[in-house]
Design a protein around this ligand. Structure first.
Ligand code: IPM
Ligand code: MN
Length: 350
């Protein structure tokens, strides 16, 4: 009997190597925990586009709907297909069509991993709005190539969208250290961002146990570097959350450690789990990519699916390997994808 049906989309570049590693580790841990996993891999990628003219088949979304979750590597290889096509037709399309509105990105310094900062107690949960805002896709470009050329890109903030992501942030804060940082740029953007601040204030009345502070995005960017230990849950719009989660990744030791979950908190669609990093074509196929971000994304997947023992088996193994200093190049180790994966597998089967 199959317990979980997972769709795997390795995608492009290092996405292929890190999802292979994440799945190998998942299978080993599942065997140890008596969980029966079934995977179907989909070759949807820039190469697939070159072969078929599409990043995924017309019924791709319907196909994915049958799975419990999606594990994705990374999408994009600009020398093959421009990013505006590859990302909008696959990654961003899945996020939007499945309405995976909460993009959850934990930034925690694992034991043994030395980040670039002196701070040792970094444990920030970045919650990024994942379906609208600056990524709405609304806009256009006219008079191409002429001196009169105009490009317009409209941010869209709806009460429905803003309220549900803030509520998710409040709920997460409630489960953690009860501090919520709500991020805007309302001193410059006086419509959408003032609206976001207003909704934050309105909701805060429902969460008196959560201490909420509003920050401007520039100020919190600096705070994440100067005083990261003062931050608990950070909730931000699509673009601001994207940028802040790269800072988060940097301060947790590098993109090789940063996991993420694209969640449908209501459970209507399969949620999707992917490392924060991209496809990194320059290092693809060289066995240098750190698989920990992808493995930790699989951990988030099993947690989300309620398989806590499986998730903990994997995260404990990752923590033990990191504690031994085998954590990937960005944190000073010289170990590559294969070696790190093997060490984690050994911890699980030991
Ligand atoms: C991320 C990535 C994507 C994003 C890109 C590849 C479109 O940077 O998941 O953070 O901006 O959402
Ligand atoms: Mn990003």
């Amino acid at each position: 009997m199959v317990d979980l049906k997972i769709a795997i989309i390795p995608g492009d570049g290092i996405g292929v190597e890190v999802t292979a590693a994440a799945w190998e580790v998942s299978l080993a841990a599942a065997a140890a925990c008596d969980v029966n996993l079934a995977a179907t891999a989909f070759p949807w990628s820039c190469d697939h586009y070159l072969e078929t003219g599409a990043m995924m088949p017309a019924d791709g979304i319907e196909t994915l709907r049958d799975f419990d979750a999606i594990l994705l590597g990374a999408i994009g290889w600009p020398a093959k297909v421009t990013d505006d096509i590859s990302l909008h037709e696959l990654l961003l399309r899945i996020r939007k069509e499945f309405d995976l509105y909460a993009n959850v990105r934990p930034h925690k310094l694992l034991p043994g991993v030395t980040g670039p900062l002196r701070a040792e107690n970094i444990d920030i949960l970045c919650i990024r709005e994942n379906t609208e805002g600056e990524y709405s896709g609304a806009g256009g470009r006219v008079h191409r190539g002429t001196a009169e050329e105009i490009a317009v890109e409209t941010s869209v903030f709806t009460r429905h969208g803003v309220e549900r992501i803030l509520r998710y942030g409040f709920e997460m804060a409630r489960k953690r250290r009860k501090q919520l940082a709500s991020v805007t740029k309302s001193n410059a953007q006086r419509h959408s961002m003032v609206f976001w601040d207003d909704v934050t204030r309105q909701l805060s009345a429902e969460y008196p146990d959560v201490e909420v502070r509003s920050y401007h995005v520039d100020a919190i960017a600096a705070r994440m570097i100067m005083f990261p230990e003062t931050l608990d849950v950070v909730v931000a719009s699509n673009l601001f959350g994207d940028i802040l989660s790269d800072i988060g990744a940097a301060i947790q030791g590098g993109l090789g450690f940063a996991a993420s979950a694209n969640i449908d908190p209501i459970g209507r669609s399969p949620s999707m789990f992917e490392p924060v990093h991209g496809s990194a074509p320059d290092i693809a196929g060289k066995d240098v990519a750190n698989p920990i971000a992808a493995i930790s994304s699989a951990v988030m997947m099993f947690e989300h699916l309620g398989h806590t023992e499986l998730a903990t088996t994997m995260s404990d193994a990752v923590a033990r390997v990191c504690a031994r200093g085998i954590g990937g190049r960005s944190s000073g180790s010289s170990c590559g994808t294969r070696r790190i994966t093997d060490e984690i597998l050994l911890e699980i089967t030991r």
